[in-house]
Design a protein around this ligand. Structure first.
Ligand code: FAD
Length: 467
């Protein structure tokens, strides 16, 4: 029987990163993966393919709308959907092969098949051919990720009624696209198809978009998306979809009930969130506890209720983000190897990869109000940032929330081009417990959009220079 120090079930960003770190620390490691390719949701049907389509569709829109004003004359861009999907697939293949290479480089065995825990230190792996192999491991990490959340009574066929997976592979641009859910995935994929020509309506149960993100940032973001052509129906829910005719008939009513109306659509994207995935793992029989939302329960050291079994990533509590899964993978590998692994959950950035981008780290204004923390706001708009002005990309602003007494930065929120890259100087500052004054006194290269962060930090002390 094959025997390892550590076996990880799942090769998403949590699992494969955990495997590499454990191998670096000298452990004999194997990963188990049921899919034909490594990399999990993120590489195959999540972060990476969505970013490929966001990049391609953004350039498609720019070529059609922005080039002329810069004096670049091009004829109207033509969409070659097959080529765009091929571009996306090449990106997926490159990344997936990269993970395969890293497994080989770090001498990590890949066990192809579905993993099941049969007790402390014992697993079974069942391959596509139905053959089962038994494996022993001193430690096991569950990194089985998440699956799409479904709407009751609505069947996803991945053709006309799609999840994010189907929305990444449509073969033509839908005339009318209804997105159910104004979260990150719905707005990103809605952006892709709007840029390529779809008329997009977003139906959201809550009365705001991007729940959990800073309210002021989201209000401005919604206005910008509306200017781009998005329509929003907030405080509303989809109750049924009639797919018998050529067009889908989508029943929408107020979140509290009443005021029903029927909207027509060519495609409906259900993007109401994701749920932890533990199917077939044998957790109940093995004695691994789940919480009321189906997540694997862990302690502060990622240990489950079964000795020697740990869990990380989307399958446990916390934000369902690839970098959170990766950091937990590193931390649990270090703990298993006898070191002090740790994740700082107060400093996990979040990014919406639309145009403009939205990024945030730390507390929102709503969080601080609810917690009764005395805070000071420093804001700086990109309309006053030189680089943004010359590039004519002035939508958005930087907002810094600092503790009024200590000046420590508690949260940073940015809406604007490249906000997803810019957020990390704030994350580093916050990781070191830095103040707005520290940020304001750090020399920033000119002309950059990052100068808006320095100016927002200056604005905390009411001394922004360019405003
Ligand atoms: C459209 C979309 C876009 C996204 N964009 C972003 C983004 O831009 N940034 C970001 O941070 N996050 C993004 N996410 C979220 C991100 O993909 C997840 O947070 C991340 O993949 C979680 O990693 P994980 O390792 O926990 O699990 P996963 O990536 O879900 O991997 C789990 C793996 O476990 C395997 N598995 C499950 N059960 C078994 C079993 N019993 N035996 C063997 N193998 C098993 C699965 O096949 C899978 O490969 C996006 C998600 C989607 C759907």
């Amino acid at each position: 029987m094959a025997s390892y120090d550590l076996v990880i079930i799942g090769t998403g960003p949590g699992g494969y990163v955990c495997a590499i770190r454990a191998a670096q620390l000298g452990l004999k490691v194997a990963v188990v993966e049921k899919n034909p390719t490594l990399g999990g949701t993120c590489l195959n049907v999540g972060c990476m393919p969505s970013k490929a389509l966001l990049h391609a569709s953004e350039l498609f829109e720019e070529a059609g709308h922005s080039f002329a004003k810069m004096g670049i004359g091009v004829s109207a861009p033509k969409l070659d959907m097959a080529a765009m999907m091929n571009f996306k697939q090449q990106g997926i293949d490159g990344n997936v092969k990269g993970v395969e290479y890293l497994m080989k480089k770090n001498k990590i065995d890949v066990l192809a098949g579905k993993g099941k825990i049969v007790g402390t230190g014992k697993l079974e792996v069942t391959g596509q051919d139905g053959k089962t192999q038994s494996v022993e491991a001193k430690s096991i990490v569950i990194a089985t990720g998440s699956d799409i959340a479904r709407l009751k009574g609505i069947e996803i066929d991945e053709k006309r009624i799609v999840s994010s997976t189907g929305a990444l592979s449509l073969d033509k641009v839908p005339g009318k696209l209804i997105v159910v859910g104004a979260g990150v995935i719905g707005l990103e994929l809605g952006s892709v198809w709007r840029r390529l020509g779809a008329q997009v309506t977003v139906v959201e149960f809550l009365d705001r978009i991007l729940p959990g993100m800073d309210g002021e940032i989201c209000k401005q973001f919604q206005r910008i998306l509306e200017k781009q052509g998005f329509a929003f129906k907030l405080g509303a829910k989809v109750t049924a979809i009639d797919s018998s005719g050529k067009q889908l008939k989508v029943s929408v009513e107020a979140a509290a009930g009443g005021n029903p109306e029927t909207l027509e659509a060519d495609v409906v994207l259900v993007a109401i969130g994701r749920v932890p995935y533990t199917e077939g793992l044998g957790l109940k029989e093995a004695g691994v506890a789940l919480d009321e939302r189906g997540r694997v329960v862990i302690d502060d050291h990622f240990a489950t209720s079964l000795k020697g079994v740990y869990a990380i990533g989307d399958v446990v509590k916390g934000p369902m983000l690839a970098h959170k899964a990766e950091d937990e993978g590193v931390a649990v590998a270090e703990i298993i190897a006898g070191k002090a692994g740790h994740v700082n959950y107060d400093v996990i950035p979040g990014v919406v990869y639309t145009t403009p981008e939205v990024s945030s780290v730390g507390k929102t204004e709503e969080d601080l109000k609810n917690a009764g923390v005395d805070y000071t706001v420093g804001k700086f708009p990109f309309t006053a940032n030189g680089r943004s002005k010359v590039n004519q990309t002035t939508d958005g602003f930087v907002k810094i929330l600092a503790d009024t007494k200590t000046d420590r930065v508690l949260g940073v929120h940015i809406i604007g081009r490249e906000a997803g890259e810019m957020i990390h100087e704030a994350a580093v500052l916050m990781e070191f417990g830095g103040s707005a004054e520290d940020l304001a006194r750090t020399c920033h290269a000119h002309p950059t959009r990052s100068e808006a962060i320095k100016e927002a930090a200056l604005a905390v002390g009411k001394r922004a220079i360019h405003m």
